[in-house]
Ligand binder design. Structure first.
Ligand SMILES: *[C@@H]1O[C@H](CO)[C@@H](O)[C@H](O)[C@H]1NC(C)=O
Ligand SMILES: *[C@@H]1O[C@H](CO)[C@@H](O)[C@H](O)[C@H]1NC(C)=O
Ligand SMILES: *[C@@H]1O[C@H](CO)[C@@H](O)[C@H](O)[C@H]1NC(C)=O
Ligand SMILES: *[C@@H]1O[C@H](CO)[C@@H](O)[C@H](O)[C@H]1NC(C)=O
Ligand SMILES: *[C@@H]1O[C@H](CO)[C@@H](O)[C@H](O)[C@H]1NC(C)=O
Length: 628
């Protein structure tokens, strides 16, 4: 008995060391086999999970990747980021551009304007601590360059796992405070490409920013101009005077910092005062304020939009379901439930030493395409601010949308499927699209229109795919055909066709080598004569069968090996990790763990607090998270 148990102890040790050696996950570990509540039929091909960024601080970024439905002329990847700082990109995945939307907390339905039609989608909860991402609470990110450098680390590791996407055309898209993140990440990618040690440059082609927080100067000014325009505040009223006074304080502070800051508290107060002072009593006597993401709507004070959009009531419980957490491979170390916006991450992200992203745009516009789009009804990052800063911006040898001295690029009216959708304006690599009748989260309101915009911007050519083109016109002029829905051949079928082709090619190769072998055999036969002719088994052997055997053996053992490795590892890692975890749980007090990654979001109490905080936090976009 004793030797046997010693043996098994030794085996256990061996298994554990194998477990540790194999701790690096492979792509298969991220495969999403099943997504609870998904509609019947083919599941979109998905991978999800954590990538370790800063092991010394337990920093892990969560990603959710959706494979494109079709490949139109080339492979594209859209990296999508939501704002905050500290708001999860699962907003984008589940309420905006992703393949699925929630009908209720349990049921997914297809989004017929999903951006995955012709592009792979990579959603990342960025920076660490946001959404499903996590990090030690004393190691949140503070500055934009630090965020960008961590993001590059993420991409390096991600492309190691998924090299098949590394040569895609890359576009970084997102909204709100990601208007700071995106240009910084784009800059970091372009700089990385230029380093001599970079063996695999990334094909960054463009960025797309919706209602972005990009240029604080003009955007702070635009709170009041927009409020006048929309009748939220009456020009000349007492309230207007109060807000104008605050704007003067704001301007003075900006002057002191040479307008080179991402956020300013005195300036943010313009918005928070506006929301507070325009409150009205609701039907049930509750305080209602303007929804800062869609001024046609109201919300309870002080949320003022943090409870919006309506799908959020389903997204939060859905992403906290244990089946969903398991399906998305959320690490056990992430022991607090998903929250849309993490106030602690937002607070820490002060960006005190970072210059605003608008300063990076002229440099980016020399190398890539930039598209800025705005929903017309958003207050917090409203279109007037965006238009104002574009007007002041100098890039590629001109200022604003001037195309020649005194001539401005025209605003071209855009009609989508017969409706007045907005307008497009373009000059020197910068495109601006205004969406009529839309909120801060344009793809939430108009998924199909944003898809049409995406396909035009990324140059999707559907001529090789088929499907009825969408009716989309600029200046009444028909645009090149793209399609929003209705494509018949899928990537899967394309892939199957490719596999067939590959198989056929392989066969041809085998047949050819078979012929060569036969030729050799024939020569051999001529030389060795009679004896060889009698050794029929050998001839038969040479005439292709061993090759076939090798082939099936080869691929068989390869597959087998893969499967075995996975199964073995799963069993070992599963058993062993569980023990390990138990140990950890025994040795480290649960509370400590909780505090470790706590984001004030597990219990309902915490939630209420954090919502309240987020409500107040409209005061500080640069400080606390608020822009989704
Ligand atoms: C797309 O979905 C929206 C909302 O569910 C629906 O109103 C619309 O008719 C759908 N369009 C198409 C082309 O299926
Ligand atoms: C616009 O961007 C392209 C790359 O997309 C670049 O080659 C070109 O030089 C840029 N145009 C200008 C005027 O800088
Ligand atoms: C919407 O956009 C169209 C251009 O397509 C424009 O003519 C129209 O005035 C806009 N409508 C509203 C309500 O802003
Ligand atoms: C504007 O959007 C709302 C929904 O947000 C919709 O009910 C309304 O029909 C839209 N108006 C126009 C003119 O498209
Ligand atoms: C996709 O379908 C169209 C017809 O709708 C066909 O002409 C085309 O060859 C197909 N493409 C591929 C790659 O199978």
């Amino acid at each position: 008995m004793a030797p046997l148990s010693r043996w098994s102890a030794a085996l256990c040790t061996l298994a554990s060391s194998i477990g540790f050696v194999q701790a690096d996950p492979s792509a298969g570990d991220y495969y999403v086999h099943d997504l609870p509540g998904a509609p019947k039929g083919d599941l979109v091909k998905m991978h999800a999970g954590h990538i370790e960024i800063t092991p010394e601080h337990n920093g892990n970024l969560f990603f959710w990747h959706f494979q494109n439905k079709h490949i139109a002329n080339k492979q594209r990847t859209i990296i999508w980021l939501n704002g905050g700082p500290g708001c999860s990109s699962e907003d984008g995945a589940m309420m905006e551009i992703g393949p699925y939307r929630l009908k209720d907390a349990d049921t997914l339905q297809y989004n017929n304007g999903s951006w995955h039609e012709f592009a792979n989608l990579l959603f990342v909860d960025n920076p660490v601590g946001t959404g499903f991402s996590y990090v030690d609470t004393n190691s949140y990110v503070h500055e934009l360059d630090e965020m960008a450098s961590q993001f590059i680390t993420f991409l390096e590791k991600w492309y190691k796992l998924f090299p098949e996407y590394e040569h895609d055309d890359i576009y970084i898209a997102g909204e709100s405070y990601a208007g700071q993140h995106i240009p910084y990440i784009a800059r970091a990618i372009l700089d990385r490409n230029k380093k001599p040690e970079t063996t695999s440059p990334w094909n960054l082609k463009g960025v797309m920013i919706g209602n972005g927080w990009i240029a604080p100067n003009e955007q702070y000014e635009a709170y009041i101009t927009f409020a006048y325009e929309k009748g939220i505040v009456q020009k000349g009223s007492e309230l207007a005077n109060k807000l104008e006074a605050q704007l003067r304080v704001c301007r003075n502070e900006l002057a002191l910092t040479n307008s080179n800051k991402v956020g300013n508290r005195a300036c943010e107060q313009i918005l928070s005062d506006m929301l507070r002072l325009t409150q009205k009593k609701g039907k049930n006597g509750e305080n209602q304020c303007v929804n800062m993401y869609d001024v046609r709507l109201t919300d309870s004070y002080p949320s003022c939009g943090m409870n919006w959009p309506p799908d959020l009531q389903y997204v939060t419980p859905y992403l906290r379901k244990s089946e969903v957490v398991t399906a998305l491979h959320i690490n056990p170390s992430k022991n607090t439930g998903w929250t849309e916006c993490n106030g602690a991450v937002g607070n820490a992200f002060s960006a005190q030493k970072s210059e605003p992203a608008v300063n990076l745009l002229p440099g980016l516009l020399k190398e890539i395409q930039v598209l800025l789009f705005s929903g017309s009804e958003d207050l917090i990052c409203n279109h007037m601010g965006t238009e104002a800063f574009i007007g002041n911006l100098e890039w590629n040898g001109g200022k604003g949308f001037e195309v020649s001295p005194g001539n401005t690029a025209p605003r071209r009216p855009w009609a989508f499927e017969g409706d007045a959708a907005g307008f497009w304006q373009e000059a020197r690599n910068l495109t601006y699209v205004l969406f009529n009748n839309s909120s801060h989260m344009v793809p939430f309101d108009y998924p199909r229109r944003t898809r049409d915009m995406l396909d035009r911007f990324t140059g999707v050519d559907i001529s090789s795919i088929g499907g009825p083109p969408a009716k989309s016109e600029l200046d009444g002029e028909k645009l090149p055909d793209t399609t929003v829905g209705g494509v018949s051949n899928h990537t899967e079928t394309d892939q199957a066709a490719k596999d067939e082709e590959l198989k056929a090619a392989k066969w041809a190769a085998y047949q050819k080598s078979g012929e060569v072998v036969l030729a050799i055999v024939a020569i051999g036969a001529a030389i060795w004569g009679f004896i060889i002719w009698r050794a029929r088994r050998r001839t038969t052997g040479y005439s292709g069968i061993p090759l076939m055997g090798n082939q099936s053996n080869g691929s068989g053992s390869g597959l087998e090996g893969f499967r075995n490795r996975r199964t073995n590892r799963d069993i070992e890692a599963g058993d062993f990790d569980e023990n390990q975890l138990d140990d950890l749980h025994v040795t480290s007090p649960r509370d400590m763990d909780r505090n470790h990654y706590s984001i004030g979001g597990d219990s309902d109490d915490d939630d209420d607090d954090s919502v309240a905080e987020k409500g107040e936090s409209t005061t500080a976009k640069g400080g606390k998270g608020s822009g989704k």
